[in-house]
Design a protein around this ligand. Structure first.
Ligand SMILES: [Zn+2]
Ligand SMILES: [Zn+2]
Length: 134
């Protein structure tokens, strides 16, 4: 597989994913909606060791359902959300797939927090749905 590359809107932050994602999921939670300013986030889970970034991100420390922190990294210049790390899943990085140069070939396998999905949005074909987290 060719390495996937991505970055923020202004180009200050660029990254390379050096392995295939371990999970591909859509998250409809209210925090992802608010952070993205849109309907959901489209996320790739990748090993932290396989995530290579140039440029600095700023961090907003959010809180997940579990009460554990969620570290949401974003570009301080243009505000693009780049990735998140959670205390619950150490060693993993959740990359915001909308920042990839190409999303070709990435099909979500799961949808989580579907309780908060907008009603007019059809379920993604072939994706398992979970009302909250998996
Ligand atoms: Zn930027
Ligand atoms: Zn979410």
């Amino acid at each position: 597989m060719q390495d996937r590359k991505g970055g923020c809107l202004c180009g200050a932050v660029r990254y390379v994913l050096k392995s295939a994602p371990r999970a591909i999921a859509i998250c409809h939670c209210t925090h992802c909606q608010r952070q993205s300013g849109s309907l959901f986030s489209f996320n790739l889970v990748i090993r932290e060791a396989d995530y290579d970034q140039r440029g600095e991100t700023m961090v907003y420390v959010d809180e997940g359902d579990s009460g554990q922190p969620v570290y949401r990294h974003f570009c301080g210049s243009c505000g693009s959300p780049i990735f998140a790390k959670t205390a619950l899943a150490p060693g993993k990085v959740v990359v915001k797939a909308g920042t990839l140069d190409s999303m070709e070939g990435l099909q979500p396998k799961t949808e989580i927090y579907t309780d908060h999905a907008v009603k007019w949005l059809a379920p993604v074909a072939g994706a398992a749905r979970f009302p909250r987290n998996q």
